[in-house]
Design a protein around this ligand. Structure first.
Ligand code: GLU
Ligand code: MG
Length: 472
């Protein structure tokens, strides 16, 4: 952030001041997401936005080592009470909040007091990863689907706010105004909603939004979550995005959908996307049939690095209560065409729009994941796959847990790590993360994950859910 850039940001804020005043905005919330996946914030009155844009707002770097319960750990590179960073709002994403009158929001990037990027800033890491993609002539289009559960009242117990069957119209019974309010608020905030529906778990709903570039997709995900949270609270209820709300049943999986593009070409589709072959062998197409070779290599890179990537995509102890077989959470490292038990599900799209619609879904992601870190890691793994010209094994077209163990072993379909400790060990053992993000990043993430593992040592599943339910 040199002098010119600060001046540009100041001018940008000045242009926005008038509109904010017209729309009755008094306060602007600046958010960032910490290593443990919690969205933290500081706010400035509208009159202070120009200064915040140019010079930032102070925030301690200790948040890099905060845990889900707000305690902090000490890493070799991060932690402790000393030092300060500056939170700089990205005003290109400034949004007047529809469900929180008088408030606006902007995602923030963390810089040092000298104006250098903070090496642990997740949003800046996503931007850097995206720049590496662009340098390779590629572009990622992505979006998170958001799942959440609604509880009646403001108590800490979870009391599902609606009954009625999963995906059932009956669930809307008492909540149709609530769902409408969410849609209205998001539309007013320029979020492109694709669909919304009651999901499988108790009191659960899901909303999908239109794709964007990686930073935009992560920003939108945070905006959507906080808007849903606010609309829910306005109605006297509570929303939770936690990986597992109740120890039994299914969890909240904000799956990541992505497609890789080269110019106008979608590399998640076959170069001859209208070929009949996917339909001829329903949901069992080989990679060669289903994907462009570069899309295959990118996906194969993610599959290869998946055990360690789990420390980013499923970063809490509660994550492993969700990540179990036959819960559509994807407990196995494999891919498949339209297979909801595969960690990577190829959504081939309808014949006629495959070239636009085909995308890959990463399912082993939960509501504790920092979306920025996740995208930075997914891009790093995908680019590694492209560099290594990796290829995918045969797709899996059944629930992998139904295969005999010997067949799974022969086909290389491994169970993903079953605990945060195991995922952390896999993360530290994979040299990719150190090469791309550096030793300080790896140590900080691993230290936080170890801290959370220790926090829940010998705690039973119901208690883990109770202690994490209202944190995410
Ligand atoms: N709720 C499931 C999960 O935890 C996902 C259901 C779905 O596939 O949409 O990931
Ligand atoms: Mg779902």
């Amino acid at each position: 952030l040199d002098h010119d850039e600060r001046a540009r940001r100041d001018a940008q804020a000045q242009v926005l001041e008038g509109e904010l005043a017209r729309r009755g905005v008094d306060v602007v919330a600046l958010t960032w997401v910490d290593t443990s996946g919690i969205t933290r914030m500081k706010a400035v009155p509208t009159a202070r936005l120009r200064h915040a844009a140019a010079w930032g707002v102070g925030a301690s770097p200790v948040f890099d080592t905060f845990l889900v319960d707000d305690s902090a750990v000490q890493g070799a590179f991060s932690g402790g009470p000393v030092g300060d960073l500056r939170l700089h709002p990205d005003l290109s994403r400034l949004t007047v909040l529809a469900a929180q009158p008088g408030w606006a929001w902007a995602p923030a990037d963390r810089y040092t007091q000298d104006g250098d990027p903070h090496p642990m800033d997740a949003r800046l890491l996503t931007r850097a990863a995206n720049d590496r993609l662009a340098a390779a002539g590629l572009r990622l289009s992505c979006t998170f689907e958001v799942e959440w559960c609604v509880s009646e009242g403001d108590g800490d117990e979870f009391t599902e706010a609606c009954s009625g069957p999963a995906y059932g119209m009956a669930r809307l019974g008492g909540l149709s105004d609530y769902v409408r309010e969410i849609v209205r608020a998001l539309v007013a905030q320029d979020v492109g909603i694709v669909q919304i529906h009651p999901e499988y778990a108790a009191g659960q709903f899901e909303l999908s939004v239109a794709p964007g570039d990686p930073v935009a997709a992560a920003d939108t995900y945070i905006l959507v979550r906080e808007t849903i949270r606010a609309v829910t609270a306005n109605g006297g209820r509570r929303a939770t995005f936690a990986p597992k709300v109740l120890a039994d049943g299914v969890g909240n999986g904000p799956h990541l959908h992505f497609s890789l593009w080269q110019g106008e070409r979608n590399l998640m589709a076959n170069p001859d996307p209208e070929s009949a072959q996917i339909d001829a062998t329903p949901y069992a197409a080989s990679a060669a049939v289903a994907l462009d070779p570069a899309g295959e290599a990118f996906t194969a890179g993610i599959l290869e690095h998946l055990p360690g990537l789990l420390a980013i995509s499923a970063p809490s102890v509660a994550s492993y209560l969700r990540l179990i077989p036959s819960h559509w959470a994807s407990a196995f490292a494999c891919w498949g065409v339209e297979n909801r038990e595969a960690a990577l599900r190829l959504i081939a799209g309808s014949r006629g729009e495959r070239d636009r619609a085909a995308n890959m879904e990463l399912k082993c992601v939960d509501g504790a994941a920092n979306p920025y870190l996740l995208l930075a890691a997914v891009i790093a793994a995908g680019l590694d796959g492209i560099a290594a010209k990796s290829s995918l094994p045969e797709p899996v077209s059944v629930d992998p847990v139904s295969l005999p163990e010997a067949e799974r072993a022969a086909r290389g379909i491994a169970r993903l790590p079953t605990s945060l400790a195991a995922a952390t060990a896999a993360f530290e053992a994979d040299p990719l993360w150190r090469t791309v993000f550096g030793a300080a990043f790896v140590d900080t993430v691993a230290t936080v994950r170890r801290g959370e593992t220790a926090l829940f040592q010998d705690v039973d599943p119901a208690e883990i859910c109770a202690r994490t339910r209202w944190r995410y």
